[in-house]
Design a protein around this ligand. Sequence first.
Ligand code: DGL
Length: 269
Amino acid sequence: MAVGIFDSGLGGLTILDAVQARLPEVDFVYLADSANAPYGVRTADDIYDLTVAATQRLFDAGCDLVILACNTASAAALRRMQEGWVPSDKRVLGVFVPLIEALTERQWGDNSPPREVATKHVALFATPATVATRAFQRELAFRAIGVDVEAQACGGVVDAIEDGDFILAEAMVRSHVDALKRKMPTPEAAILGCTHYPLMQDTFQDALGADVQVFSQAGLVADSLADYLGRHPDKIGSGTAAFLTTGDPKTVSTRATQFLRREIRFEAA
Ligand code: DGL
């Protein structure tokens, strides 16, 4: 009984950790496309092809439901996959939806006209590819009016995290927050729109200041998945728990163990 979780690299472990805590009875197959990370500097076509291949690998591992625990794949590939590729007996879900639900205080299926929400000035931190799609602003505009979103493409942060270089990652986060503040001096809320960024959440919060509400996806996705599986228990596939990577299993296992502070053993995908 397993659900698939996909990320270009190790960022999706922040989601995995939260969903495992929320759903201890469910097994997960985690796939990190480490050989091709980062996705955030790739073209949309490239991200689509890589995400399709990774999702197919998780279907082959017995997962009927795959969570794209990657905003870049969710923004650049998910809609195209859902419209023309995902087989009718499988489901692929992204990580944007729960975030927008939380920000706009409404449910995804709520198709009523957009309405005013309390938070007016929102900073979005994401990879260059996610920012380029404008997917977040588009989805938000369907649901909320009068919200000013300033996006900051955070080049380099994912590479530094994947390399385990947290000193560099911290310096980069601070410089991206400075750049954002030059465009939007007083954001009320900040969205960490990349699953790697919760690993740097304290730095984001410190650089933004205590008054800024920082939304991170892990807990929100965990609640959403629990709700979804409660309604669709048949979507828990037949696979068994595993950690798969397209990169070097030894290096990836060492980094993952460091991130989650528990032993994680990856095997070749
Ligand atoms: N963790 C991913 C995301 O949420 C992508 C990182 C990357 O490969 O650039 O966007």
